[in-house]
Design a protein around this ligand. Structure first.
Ligand code: ZN
Length: 324
């Protein structure tokens, strides 16, 4: 049986936590550090920056959120430099190919909560220059762009301009945390595939953060990706989950035709309740082995854990000559 699996994870909150908790990326007691990531066969990871709330979960005023964001990003750049022998920041397709060639971890930046740039479409270019390739429209609060999950607010006019500008810049729109109304408004206007970086099946676990079957199929039809989330309350209504709950969501999305659109978005360091037996980044190897023991084809595990996201990145991330 295989020991190590390739991983391309669409969402974690590690970068933000490293900054807030003043911890080292190389080695720490969070869910993700580079030492443990080294136990995977390969590792590519989207690092999300979510700086819109305080430690009580209340919205931060935009000026404070912006300050926290720029501190987090500058801290992370520092850590990128210190760990340059193990990681490579990927700003475009060529960077991903180069990272893979020298067996470095491909590091991708995404934004969760555009309040940190004042929800301003004019500031997306600034974000792009910092290396961001993907952004949500909301976190857990409604904003000038759209309603958040659980609300019935759609996409605003400013939200539509924001989507258009982001897609012109080659940035991917991440629909996790978005209201369903805003999701369908987005489907009407999008000119590019979209991603739900860390959301599960609402049919199996009714929660506004999860996707209906219709939403999942719409993402697939556009050529997008859905990343399965490890947060136990999004896997099981009981709030407790194990590997079999993860597999239920995986099987359900495969049945809906998601073989080439399903990925992982573990939400590591963004959630405090993981499935039993999952302790951190190193546990993807255990989950992969377990899925194969349950009879899942190795190719399916590889596709969901890594290959679908790699193919998506190669196809849809911007080429550097376009201004990456
Ligand atoms: Zn999130």
């Amino acid at each position: 049986m295989r020991e190590r699996f390739p991983i391309f994870d669409l969402h974690c909150d590690t970068a933000t936590e490293l900054s807030l908790q003043k911890k080292s990326w190389a080695s720490n007691d969070l869910h993700i550090d580079l030492d443990r990531a080294g136990r995977l066969l390969t590792h590519h990871q989207f690092y999300a920056f979510c700086c819109v709330y305080d430690r009580q979960g209340q919205p931060l005023p935009e000026a404070l959120a912006e300050a926290q964001f720029f501190t987090a990003i500058s801290d992370f750049y520092g850590q990128l430099e210190q760990n340059a022998d193990r990681v490579k920041l990927c700003r475009n397709v060529e960077d991903l190919i180069a990272a893979a060639k020298v067996q470095r971890q491909g590091v991708f930046l995404s934004l969760e909560g555009p309040e940190v740039i004042g929800c301003d479409p004019e500031r997306l270019e600034e974000l792009k220059e910092l290396g961001f390739l993907m952004t949500t429209l909301t976190w857990n609060f409604p904003n000038a762009l759209a309603g958040s999950h659980g609300s019935d607010q759609g996409l605003t006019d400013q939200g539509k301009v924001f989507v258009r500008r982001a897609q012109e810049l080659g940035m991917i729109i991440d629909v996790s945390h978005l209201s369903e109304k805003a999701f369908w408004d987005l489907i009407d206007i999008t000119r590019a595939p979209i991603v739900a970086s860390h959301s599960n099946s609402r049919k199996l676990c009714p929660n506004s953060r999860n996707l209906s079957d219709e939403q999942f199929k719409a993402i697939c039809n556009l050529g997008g990706l859905v990343g399965l989330n490890l947060y136990a309350p999004f896997l099981s209504e009981t709030g407790h989950a194990d590997f079999s709950d993860f597999k239920r969501h995986l099987d359900h999305f495969l049945e809906l035709g998601g073989a080439h659109h399903l990925a992982i978005g573990g939400d590591l360091d963004g959630c405090d309740q993981l499935p039993t037996g999952f302790t951190g980044i190193e546990s993807w190897n255990d989950l992969g082995r377990w899925l194969m023991q349950q009879g899942m084809e190795e190719e399916t595990v590889n596709n969901v854990f890594n290959n679908n996201a790699v193919h998506f990145a190669l196809k849809h991330l911007q080429k550097s000559r376009l201004g990456g």
